[in-house]
Structures are given as structure tokens and as C-alpha cells.
Design a protein around this ligand. Sequence first.
Ligand SMILES: Nc1ncnc2c1ncn2[C@@H]1O[C@H](COP(=O)(O)OP(=O)(O)OP(=O)(O)O)[C@@H](O)[C@H]1O
Length: 368
Amino acid sequence: MDKNEEVLDRFNGITISWVLMIIQQSSRTISLYSSDLERRCYKLTFHERDRENITKEYLKHVLKEGKEIKVRNRQRMLYTNNQKENSMHDKVWSRVVFEHPATFETLAMDTKKKEEIINDLVSFTKRKEYYLKIGKAWKRGYLLCGPAGTGKSTMIAAMANLLNYDVYDVELTSVRDNTELRKLLINTSSKSIVVIEDIDCSLNLTGHRNKEKENDQILKYAKEDSKTKVTLSGLLNFIDGLWSSCVGERIIVFTTNHVDKLDPALIRRGRMDMHIELSYCKFEAFKVLAKNFLDIDSHDFFGTIDKLMEETNITPADVSEYLMLKTTENVTSCLERLIQVLETAKEDAMLQSQKEAEEKKTLTKEQI
Ligand SMILES: Nc1ncnc2c1ncn2[C@@H]1O[C@H](COP(=O)(O)OP(=O)(O)OP(=O)(O)O)[C@@H](O)[C@H]1O
């Protein structure tokens, strides 16, 4: 608004006039900045009879709207924990602008499941009073599981874009110990998603903690260069601390390719409120990808693709690759290429299961 410009607003049938006032202040000191000598304020004019309504309801509404606009317009950030061992500065997080294009609209998965997740997220953000009333911290935990390339990272980006949250990506293998983990947590802000990806690969946070043999197997997934001394109880404290010591809304997301290998304590309800399984690309998910990549809702080949997808396991990441149009291709030739890939995958899967069945037979004979 310019100085003395008037803007009219309507609220509950009341008209309010806003005028920007700039008041010059006299000062004996010299300032390089003219704004130091100015006081900016807004003059609101309305009918006397509406005074109570304005002071009690309208101003509250203006502040709330203002906050929401600020959140909508702010640049979101992606934070990662600093990995330099002897970092000179105190900052535990490094940040870059978060500009991932993924949305729930472009996310390929079962429509019903997608709606359920969106509703869960949106209703979480609106339940501040409810959480206060029941005496629980305003938080929600999501466990995303599924094979590589089924969209776990993409879903986190879609969540952040939907809610307008920052993302804190915790690289657990670079966290020295539980104290450092706590420090990271304290330095996260409200309206954020704290992410620990591939939780099964980061630490030995597996189920059946007493069975050494199984633990050995799981350690194969652990990163060999990991120097972390973070323990399972440290991580549990981190999650519970996140809920109890932080003000404001927070979401924590774990992703894993091997949910069965995680310690049940880590993923129990209350810590991870919603378990979301992302799976191989079936026809409904394919239709989303076909719309994203080829801008089509139907095609004569859709029937064949539907059938083949029921018989094969192909990830949305692979389908996305095959749907990227080459300069020499058109939609039909691109879909033909995908059909060929699916047919080959189907044959390979059949040969593999035959081989496995024969191996099983031989094994049983040997046992007899
Ligand atoms: N469900 C999906 N919807 C849309 N695109 C997807 C989906 N799954 C995968 N993709 C595409 O494949 C790429 C890889 O997917 P993404 O990294 O999200 O998978 P992931 O499950 O996190 O894999 P990993 O376990 O290896 O980290 C994405 O950049 C995206 O383009």
C-alpha cells in the first residue's frame, strides 16, 4: 500500500477502511536509512456500532490470516545435519532452499490410500486445540515402507509441499552419539518434517534384538563407514523428546525397505501413528504416471498394460523411466516399449519361480 492509500475490507457484513499512515519522527541523530525516522501504521475506520466486533473478532481474524499468508509465502528449506567432524561453527544443520516438484496429485499410488493420507495430514494440522485438550504434544509419526523406487522420498516431498513445512533430513550414520542427536532435535523449528531415511540401513535398530544370528544378517545392510554411537534407546528418546520438548507442530517420517527387520518399539503406534506401504506399480498408479509423463487419460494399450501389471512387479521409478518420451518417439511407441518391458519381466519372473520350484524339489529329495 502507498502512503494514504485506502483499502476497503469486508468482515461479517461490516466494511472496514484501512489507510497506511507514515509518521515522520524527529531525530537528532543522523541515520543512513530513512525508515529509521518513519513510523508506519494503519488507521482503521468503521462504524461505532461495530467496535466490539472489530476489536474482538476482526483483529484476531487479521492476525490469523497474516500468519497464514506469511507461512504460505515463506521459502521452505531442506536441512541436513552437518557432517564435518570438526566443524568450526555451531550450526548443527546446513540448509538449502527446498524446491521439490512432487505433489500428491503427481504421486502414483492407490487413490483411496492417497486420500486417506492427505486427510490424515490436513486434519493433523487443524487439531492444535484437540492435542492441547487431550494433553498430548502436537505431533504425528509416519512410517513409509516399500521396495526401492516405490516413491517413499517422493511422498515426503509431497507431504512437505502439501503442508508447507520445512524438511529436516537426519543422516543418522553421521550423528556421533545420542547427545548430538538431541542437539539436532532441539534445533528444529515448528512446522517441519523430521526425516530418517532407510532407518534399517542406518543403525542396528532391528527387531529380535536377542537373536544374534539375525542381527548379523541385518548388519550387512549397515553402512560400513558408519562411526555413529547412536543407540536404539537414544533414538527412542529422540522421538519421544521430539514430542514432549518441542513447541509447535512436527511430523517425523521413517522410511525403510525392510519393515520386518525393525525393532517393534521403534515403530509401535504412538511413535509411528500411520504405517504406509508403498508398493509396485499397478494400473491405477500407472494412470497417474501416464498423465504426468504423456498427458493422456486413456489409450488402446491400457487394457494390456493393466493385465501385465497385475502379473509383474515393476516399480513406479522404473515405469517413470520408460514413460519419458525420447525425441524420436510418440505416445504409442512409448507405450509399446513399456509393454515389451513388462512382457520380458513377466517371462523372467516365470522362469525364476520355475527355477525356485525345481531347487525346492531337489532339496526335498536330498532331505529324504
Ligand atoms: N509413487 C510414485 N509416484 C510418482 N513417481 C514416483 C513414484 N515412485 C517413484 N517415482 C519416481 O522414481 C524416482 C525415485 O523414487 P523415490 O526416490 O521416491 O523412491 P524411494 O522409494 O524413496 O526409493 P529408495 O528406497 O531407493 O530411496 C522419483 O524421483 C520419482 O520420479
